[in-house]
Design a binder for this molecule. Structure first.
Ligand code: SF4
Ligand code: SF4
Length: 246
């Protein structure tokens, strides 16, 4: 490869690399490894996050920035915080801060919101694993957030299936945003408990409850009624902007 020529995936130019290994610890998914005398990127593991490039640790410019093609572009869109999702105009995972519900107004009174954050640095996730989650949630009959880019990848909102051509793409993290009437909170929490045993990746759950005028939190009360301890020591995002709902 000629130095500077862009391929369609992130690569290390073997003719330029001096195998100093400086870039190896920067990869959040361990995709850069030493193979005999070479340092190379595992293309299955790589999520195209661009950290190895932005770290600027390669003294010989051996890491070649790719010109990504669909569907690999999705890896960068979900994993590289400086790429912007065209449909939403939002960088990073392509969705507004779902926990700032006072500004986004996604979850209204009488509803409970869930942000299921799949994958983490170190593990990542694939859209096939995300599909396991979306299909399980779809059976409950709630609603996927339409302004979340992940929802645009669903080929069927009723079944939660994701379009076939992207299923094997790997990303650092992806957020499934989903809401149900408060009375159905128990079904969602039960589903999450069950799918946890089947999924070969990690996920965390944001549980969003809109307060009533008297300060009570009906969704929190609903979780307590079915035996969940709800701690007050949580991350509260108040957001900075004009509320979309009162
Ligand atoms: S682009 Fe990201 S995932 Fe791919 S090799 Fe570089 S640091 Fe690792
Ligand atoms: S920092 Fe550059 S020269 Fe060193 S191992 Fe990585 S790609 Fe090769």
């Amino acid at each position: 490869m000629i130095m500077g020529e862009r391929g369609d995936v992130m690569v290390i130019d073997p003719d330029v690399c001096i195998a100093c290994e400086s870039c190896v610890p920067y990869c959040p998914v361990g995709a850069i490894s030493v193979k005999e005398e070479h340092v190379e990127i595992n293309q299955v593991q790589c999520v195209e996050c661009g950290v190895c490039l932005r770290a600027a640790v390669c003294s010989v410019d051996a890491i070649v920035e790719p010109a990504l093609q669909w569907p690999r572009t999705l890896r960068a869109l979900f994993s590289n915080p400086i790429t912007v999702f065209e449909e939403t105009g939002v960088a990073g995972r392509g969705t507004d801060e779902i926990k700032s519900n006072d500004v986004t107004g996604r979850y209204r009174r009488g509803e409970a919101g869930f942000g299921i954050e799949m994958g983490r640095p170190g593990t990542g996730t694939t859209f096939r694993q995300v599909q396991q989650m979306t299909m399980a949630l779809a059976k409950i009959g709630g609603q996927f957030e339409k302004e979340n880019p992940l929802t645009t990848l669903l080929s069927n909102l009723d079944t939660g299936t994701i379009r076939e051509d992207v299923l094997d793409e790997r990303v650092l993290t992806a957020i499934v945003e989903f809401k149900v009437p408060i009375r159905r909170v128990g079904e969602v929490l039960k589903t999450l408990k069950e799918i946890e045993k089947e999924l070969d990746t990690v996920f965390s759950v944001d549980y969003i409850s809109r307060p009533e005028a008297d300060g009570s939190l009906p969704a929190v009360e609903a979780a307590k009624r079915i035996g969940y301890e709800v701690s007050s020591h949580v991350k509260i995002c108040t957001g900075l902007g004009r509320p979309k709902i009162d």
